[in-house]
Ligand binder design. Structure first.
Ligand SMILES: [Zn+2]
Length: 121
């Protein structure tokens, strides 16, 4: 690789490149998990009430997990769009840089750490 004239632009480009790879892996994982059918507790054989209750609990936990995965997938897709349109790494709330360390830890982060703290996200 040759020397980059603008080290800041090179760093941002590298960050977006690394983030895109991480985001695509995450999107594929989430799509796969969301594509799997949820077991229906109505179709199982009822051994005991306790077993039935734990089965319902497991299904509710699965559904809660799926809600989180759906939200997560949307965040990942939005981050990929921001890479496409060149706004990746800029806080969607205040327009300041999100920060390389934060993006390396959370590539789908849409807001800087200050805005994330302020909104509780
Ligand atoms: Zn911000």
């Amino acid at each position: 690789m040759s020397a980059t004239p603008d080290p800041e632009a090179g760093r941002a480009g590298h960050l977006a490149h690394a983030a895109r790879a991480a985001l695509e892996v995450e999107a594929a994982r989430l799509r796969e998990e969301l594509g799997e059918p949820i077991e229906n507790p109505g179709q199982m054989t009822y051994g005991s009430q306790a077993a039935a209750a734990s089965e319902v609990f497991a299904q509710q936990r699965d559904l809660a997990l799926r809600d989180r995965e759906r939200i997560q997938l949307r965040l990942v897709q939005e981050a990929l769009h921001r890479i496409e349109d060149g706004s990746f790494g800029t806080c969607v709330d205040c327009g300041k840089p999100v920060g390389a360390e934060r993006l390396e830890a959370i590539p789908w982060a849409a807001t800087c750490i200050e805005c994330a703290r302020a909104t509780g996200r």
